[in-house]
Each structure stands twice: as structure tokens, then as C-alpha cells.
Design a protein around this ligand. Structure first.
Ligand code: NAD
Length: 328
């Protein structure tokens, strides 16, 4: 039985497409709204694709009316940290300006349950290397993080004023691919560690660069929190259903709650893939905090727990790359 349409802004992208599959499995109709600026039409497999910019109010109104939309997931954004430093206004225009236009269009169309994809980048460089809680200070250190935090503020204030319901999921590092090979990560340029490791392991790219080996961590490399994209997708369903039950203004970290160093990911990949991975050590990147790990207490209190491990992320990412390389 169909439970209504969910407008998925950015549903042709990496995390959005996995969320569409999870929505369809749960009986919703995912209606993707995407301009394909970084997404792929082929990733839209479980519902219609409306090819439009999120700020296109007419396209939003038509999609809501045609498909009986009862809620929205908002993944659409620009998310390259380095680019955001070089072109900050692009990030405020795309992630805040267009995001606000999208909110206005949703409000006009009467859609009041909105879940936004935010990021651990809103926390900046945390003072303490302990798991980050949602109530910790938000002091972004790059325009990307600042733009995501600004949109969080707009969304939450608008929901309060209008009586609509909203939630914010602050992702840590999404990784891995669909377990049966329907979907995967395909960014251009790719900046995420696991797909870069997979490419280096296949000889498709020069050796992987490890940015900084002089952090105050157990092996000197930066610690991050990797969460499987399918676990992340299931968190969206859970949180959306909280909104349908009347909850609002939810702000939740979404990570596995476990920190892993870059070296540990490399070693795990060598073990999973059965080959050595060429890597060189480079300088630290500006604005890369030593440790970013989520306190996931709020999300786990809703009954969510990650089911997939780091080896699952690596193996599924490698299988996806193998599949897409064979097709190209
Ligand atoms: N990948 C991660 O590890 C990660 C971590 C933290 C936060 N996030 C956030 O999660 C969201 C999804 O990330 P992703 O890795 O799937 O990104 P992605 O680039 O794969 O997906 C974004 C999608 O949005 C679309 N899009 C962008 N601007 C648009 C616009 N103006 N109108 C319509 N469509 C537009 C793109 O075409 C793409 O399909 C982003 O908001 C990102 O900031 C991702």
C-alpha cells in the first residue's frame, strides 16, 4: 500500500538515491527533484524524476500536486569544502538562497514535514576530541559548514513560525554502496576517503594522499566516523516517521559513533580487497580537525543502530566501482 509521496530534493545523488530506495521499500513514493548538477538520472529507479532546480517553485508545486507529496527530504546542495573556500558566495547562494526558495515553495504547497541533510562540518574544529553532542558549540570553519548551519537556522525558524515540522540530520562520513549493487557513490571530483582508496587500489589514480600524519591521534592520522549509506538511509525513514507522529525541531547526529583513523581505514581496505594500496603522506589540509566522531545517543534513542561495518562499506564500495567500470 502506498503511503504518500515524499519529495526528495537531490534524490539522484549518492545519499539521496539510497534514501529513495529505502522509502520505496517502506511503501512511500519517492519523487526526486534534481537538476542533475552532480547526480545521475540512472540512480533514480524507484519513482519519478522531476528535473528542476530546487528554487523552481512551479516545479515544486506541480510535483506536490501530481504525486500527493506529504513530506520532503532535502539532500540537494553543493558540498565541496575546498571549493566553498574559493567560492563562498556560490555556497551561500546554492545552499542557503536556493534552500530558502525551496522552503517557501514547500510552504506554499502545504508540505510541512521536512528533513534536512546537514553535516558534522557545522561543529567546526571541536575543542575536545570526544564524541560530539548536538548541543555542543557550532562554529563552522569553512563556508560549506557555515552555509549548512545557516540553512538549519532558516528551516527551524520557519517550522516554528508556520507550525510545520522539521528535522536536521548531521551526517558524519557516509560511505559504502547499496548491498545488491543497485547504487553507489560516484562524485566528480571525488573527495571521500573510501572511494579514493578503492580507485587507488585499482590503479585508476595515483597513490592515495594521506593528509597529515602528525595529528595527536593513536597513529598520527585524522580520526573520522564512517556510517554505511544504507544505515543512513534507514535513519531517514525513522526520523521522517517521527515527524509524521508530531515530533518537530529534531537535531540528530548521524554517524556510527566510532572513530577510525585514516591508516586504520587503509589497513582494513588492504585486508578486505586482498591487495596493498599505494599511499603517500602529504601535509595536513587547512581546516581538517584531528577528530570528528558523533555521539549518536539521540538517534539510537529512537531505536536506530548501524547494522553495517567498515569492511561492509569498503567491500560494497569496491563492488560498485567494479560494476560501473565494467559498464563504462
Ligand atoms: N556524502 C557525505 O559523506 C556527506 C556528509 C555530510 C553531509 N552531506 C550532505 O548530504 C547531502 C547529500 O550528499 P551526497 O554526497 O549525496 O551529494 P551528491 O552531490 O551526490 O547529491 C546532491 C544531489 O543534489 C542535486 N542538486 C544540487 N544542487 C541542486 C539544485 N540547486 N537543485 C536541484 N538539485 C540539486 C545534485 O544533482 C545531486 O544529485 C548534501 O546536502 C551534503 O551536504 C553529505
Amino acid at each position: 500500500m502506498e503511503r504518500g509521496g515524499i519529495l526528495v530534493a537531490g534524490g539522484a545523488g549518492y545519499i539521496g538515491s539510497h534514501a529513495c530506495k529505502a522509502l520505496a521499500a517502506d511503501g512511500y513514493l519517492p519523487v526526486t527533484l534534481d537538476d542533475l548538477s552532480s547526480g545521475h538520472a540512472g540512480a533514480v529507479q524507484w519513482g519519478p524524476l522531476v528535473r528542476a532546480d530546487i528554487s523552481d517553485a512551479e516545479a515544486v508545486a506541480r510535483a506536490v500536486e501530481t504525486h500527493g507529496v506529504v513530506g520532503a527530504l532535502h539532500f540537494a546542495a553543493k558540498s565541496l569544502v575546498g571549493e566553498s573556500v574559493r567560492e563562498p558566495l556560490k555556497y551561500f547562494r546554492e545552499n542557503v538562497g536556493k534552500g530558502v526558495a525551496f522552503l517557501e515553495a514547500l510552504q506554499t504547497a502545504g508540505v510541512g514535514n521536512i528533513l534536512f541533510s546537514s553535516t558534522a562540518a557545522v561543529y567546526g574544529d571541536p575543542a575536545q576530541p570526544r564524541p560530539i553532542r548536538e548541543e555542543d558549540a557550532t562554529r563552522p570553519i569553512n563556508p560549506y559548514g557555515a552555509s549548512k548551519l545557516a540553512f538549519e537556522g532558516a528551516l527551524r525558524a520557519a517550522a516554528r513560525a508556520s507550525g510545520g515540522r522539521c528535522a536536521v540530520l548531521r551526517y558524519f562520513n557516509a560511505a559504502g554502496a547499496d548491498s545488491v549493487g543497485d547504487l553507489g557513490e560516484d562524485h566528480d571530483p571525488e573527495t571521500h576517503l573510501i572511494p579514493l582508496i578503492v580507485r587507488a587500489s585499482r590503479g585508476e589514480t595515483p597513490p592515495l594522499t594521506v593528509y597529515g600524519e602528525d595529528y595527536d591521534t593513536r597513529d598520527g592520522t585524522a580520526i573520522r566516523d564512517y556510517v554505511h549509506v544504507e544505515d543512513l538511509a534507514s535513519a531517514h525513514i525513522l526520523v521522517l516517521e517521527q515527524l509524521f507522529r508530531g515530533q518537530t525541531d529534531l537535531v540528530l547526529n548521524a554517524g556510527a559513533g566510532e572513530g577510525v583513523t585514516v591508516r586504520e581505514v587503509l589497513l582494513a581496505a588492504e585486508e578486505c580487497l586482498g591487495r596493498s594500496i599505494p599511499a603517500v603522506v602529504g601535509a595536513r589540509r587547512d581546516g581538517d580537525p584531528p577528530v570528528l566522531v558523533a555521539d549518536t545517543g539521540r538517534l539510537t534513542a529512537l531505536g536506530w543502530a548501524p547494522k553495517k561495518t567498515l569492511p561492509d562499506m569498503i567491500r560494497s564500495a569496491a563492488a560498485w566501482r567494479e560494476k560501473t567500470a565494467a559498464l563504462s
